[in-house]
Design a binder for this molecule. Structure first.
Ligand SMILES: Cc1cc2nc3c(=O)[nH]c(=O)nc-3n(C[C@H](O)[C@H](O)[C@H](O)COP(=O)(O)OP(=O)(O)OC[C@H]3O[C@@H](n4cnc5c(N)ncnc54)[C@H](O)[C@@H]3O)c2cc1C
Length: 450
């Protein structure tokens, strides 16, 4: 006799994608069970949100709690150049090509987003808050509970094998499985769907500092410090009044040359003397952690009994702080597709086509935007400074990337990067990056038969 179902939907992973998805499904009255492999709260990289995250937080009833939790408000972003590599004695159409730039989210109204700010978050507390919200809305949460394997065709249902902290293993049958396991990409690996981006082979070394002097100039913004070498930058994110997160991003091969995470971190920071002395005067409060191999895509993100959301579906690169917003918004779109599918006695992968298209439109836009940034970052700051293009770039940076792929501003940016790449005598030639990732087009697989 076939075992009865334990729930409509099983979610692998309780990060922002899994927590938000479970919250949406539970709020709509569906039975949903989340398996989170660690015990929350747990630290996680990815601390600065973009405003498109607010829409989901609002729908899940979490915006007031964001304030009560005291997460610092994020009003905008600053890009700051260090070193002569970023100083170009060249104006293009009357706009300087130097790299310093900044913007405030309040400059552009955003549909569905009522506040002119978003947040910087301590991910341990943020992720816990989102998951607890799902639990309050009716989701079952098992934690720590690690999904070891998924059988996607167990007598007309999906069956998950789950390992618990006491060493026991349980099995759970559901109509559908959502992989929200982040970069662990549980289903992507099991089904052989994961394809590494051969161009973005970046690495991040990051930690928290106490009492770093942020000064009084836009201290509530994220700061991106350009390092005086190609494809390298530093993030500065306020976590509390006293704690500031810093991360150095550079090419992975530089780790072997530096010898250790500490040497890589401090060696790159030393290239920005002002930042270096301010950080040396502050106190590191965590060991430096490394993140690598984080740029990849999936050949498919949906199947007859599964969907992938958040980082489990795709991750491009952290430069524009898009990850948590993509995780939350993918949960939102996936929940709509799942709720519609569950109304029917039968459903299959085709019922999730719209979800796949919308999410891929968004991540494709991020990928193009990030690619053009790494090809020629002065293009990016030039467009931010340009009075006619500023609002269109801001729209991308706010995370409004899902509803339209024909973005003239992206085409214009790509054309400008092409012009510099194809002209050896171009005055901005020295600013070219080394990552020409426009060669990586994983989306072509999405149209291939499953
Ligand atoms: C260097 C770096 C910097 C970043 N900076 C930013 C930033 O500033 N802003 C931003 O928005 N994003 C940033 N990101 C991206 C951000 O971290 C992710 O996009 C975001 O965490 C994705 O959320 P998620 O829920 O999909 O995955 P996760 O947050 O990774 O959650 C996945 C969960 O699944 C669990 N899990 C894994 N395997 C299993 C299993 N087998 N069984 C059960 N549970 C499992 C994990 O324990 C984890 O809790 C950055 C990423 C990197 C690499």
């Amino acid at each position: 006799m076939t075992r009865p179902l334990d729930a409509d939907v099983a979610v692998i992973g309780g990060g922002p994608a899994g927590g938000a998805l479970a919250g949406y499904l539970a709020a709509a009255g569906r039975s949903v069970v989340v398996f989170e492999g660690t015990q929350f709260p747990r630290p996680h990289v990815g601390e600065s949100l973009v405003p498109a995250a607010n829409r989901v937080l609002g729908e899940l009833g979490l915006l007031d709690q964001m304030e009560q939790e005291g997460f610092p408000r994020k009003y905008g972003a600053v890009w700051r150049a260090h070193g002569s590599r970023h100083t170009y004695d060249h104006d293009w159409q009357g706009v300087s090509t130097d790299c310093d730039a900044s913007l405030r989210f309040a400059e552009r109204a955003q549909e569905g987003v009522t506040r002119p700010f978003t947040y910087h978050v301590d991910r341990a507390r943020f992720d816990h808050m989102v998951l607890e919200r799902a639990r309050t809305l009716g989701a079952q949460v098992h934690m720590p509970a690690k999904v070891r394997a998924v059988d996607l065709d167990a007598d007309g249902a999906a069956e998950l094998s789950v390992r618990h902290a006491d060493g026991t293993t349980t099995t759970h049958r559901t109509r559908l499985v959502v992989d929200a396991s982040g970069r662990a990409t549980v289903l992507g690996r099991q089904l052989g769907l994961r394809v590494k981006d051969p161009v973005f082979n970046q690495l991040a070394a990051h930690t928290w500092f106490e009492d770093f002097d942020r000064g009084t100039d836009r201290e509530d913004h994220i700061w991106i410090h350009f390092l005086p070498e190609p494809n390298a930058w530093v993030w500065q994110i306020p976590i509390t009044d006293r704690i500031t997160s810093f991360g150095v991003v550079t090419q992975k091969r530089n780790l072997a040359e530096a010898g250790s995470a500490e040497a890589l971190f401090w060696g790159r920071i030393a290239r920005c003397p002002e930042l270096h002395s301010a950080l040396r005067a502050a106190r590191p409060v965590r060991p430096i952690r490394l993140e690598a191999d984080y740029s990849y895509a999936m050949k498919r993100i949906t199947g007859d009994r599964f969907l992938l959301v958040g980082d489990a579906a795709r991750f491009v690169d952290p430069i524009f702080s898009s990850g948590v917003s993509v995780a939350l918004n993918s949960a939102r779109f996936a929940s709509q597709a799942i709720l519609a599918a569950l109304e029917r006695p039968r459903f299959d992968a085709r019922d999730f086509d719209t979800y796949a298209q919308v999410l891929m439109r968004g991540t494709r836009t991020w990928h193009r935007f990030i690619s053009v940034y790494y090809r020629l970052h002065v293009v990016f700051t030039w467009f931010i400074r340009h009075p006619e293009h500023r609002a269109d770039v801001l729209r991308l940076l706010q995370g409004d990337v899902y509803d339209n792929e024909n973005l003239p501003v992206l085409e214009a940016m790509e054309a400008m990067a092409d012009a510099v790449e194809s002209n050896p005598n171009h005055p901005l030639r020295g600013a070219l990056g080394a990552l020409t990732s426009h060669a990586f087009a994983p989306e072509q697989w999405l149209t291939a038969p499953a």
